[in-house]
Design a protein around this ligand. Structure first.
Ligand code: 13P
Length: 254
């Protein structure tokens, strides 16, 4: 079994000094302690990527982007290509986060194109899905997630691996302090695992980490990370505090 992936999505937070301090603090925690059975990934704002990459160089902590464009290059002011992210040392890129789907009107078809661009550039896309509160209240959570999975995921990279990570982030749990219960998470992750198995085969599904995201904190991480088919966490607010992020990473079972 691969270790669980604990990814910090810093979103649009922090200045240069904050980012440097956070990365340096995490590096010190990582170097000073053993016993963390997790792969760690930091996704800072794009302008900080080279700087944070320099701090993390030669460490096991990986670097990721928060978004990429579907095209390799061209007249796309303000966007960043997956190739450039790979070139500056990223291993992963988040695509289809609900904040980008909502704020930038990104459709699942666009998310799929971005995921394909990321894989073509050698990156592992973290493809986000998740229902709104209204959709959950209407009993449509699994149907909405099923549609997003069907339309946002690209073809797999091979028979034994898909080459991407999926993140289940219920919109109503993001930044709200409300967390899905382990029961909610078990239901959705089992559903996603079933969809992955049906489309890509059981072997490839087994190798595809399905992260949970939405108000993951040190106090709830162990319970959430222990749920079947939870391959790690995508952490927003708590990833901005080194001690909290580290405590979440330490919650992964040995
Ligand atoms: P919070 O952990 O702040 O709820 O954010 C979750 C998230 O959106 C991570 O991508």
């Amino acid at each position: 079994m691969q270790p669980q992936l604990i990814a910090g999505n810093w979103k649009m937070n922090g200045l240069v000094s904050d980012g440097k301090a956070l990365a340096a603090d995490l590096l010190a925690l990582q170097q000073g302690q053993d016993g963390v059975n997790a792969a760690l990934l930091l996704c800072p704002p794009a302008p900080l990527l080279p700087l944070i990459g320099d701090i993390l160089r030669d460490s096991p902590i990986q670097l990721g982007g928060q978004d990429c464009h579907a095209k390799a290059s061209g007249a796309h002011t303000g966007d960043t290509s997956a190739q450039l992210l790979a070139d500056i040392g990223c291993s992963h890129v988040i695509v289809g986060h609900s904040e980008r789907r909502a704020d930038h009107g990104e459709s699942s078809a666009e998310v799929q194109d971005k995921a394909m661009a990321a894989m073509a550039a050698g990156l592992t896309p973290i493809i986000c899905v998740g229902e709104t509160e209204g959709e959950r209240d209407a009993g449509r959570a699994l149907a909405v997630i099923g549609d997003q999975i069907a339309q946002s995921l690209p073809d797999g990279a091979g028979p034994e691996r898909t080459g991407f990570v999926v993140a289940y982030e219920p919109v109503w749990a993001i930044g709200t302090g409300r967390t899905a219960t382990p029961g909610d998470v078990a239901e959705v992750h089992t559903h996603i695992f079933g969809l992955l198995s049906a489309r890509f085969g059981a072997g490839a599904a087994q190798e595809t980490a399905i992260l949970y995201g939405g108000s993951v904190k040190p106090g709830n991480a162990a319970d959430l990370l222990a749920v079947a088919h939870v391959g790690g966490a995508l952490v927003g607010g708590a990833s901005l505090k080194a001690d909290d992020f580290w405590a979440i990473a330490r919650s992964c079972a040995a």
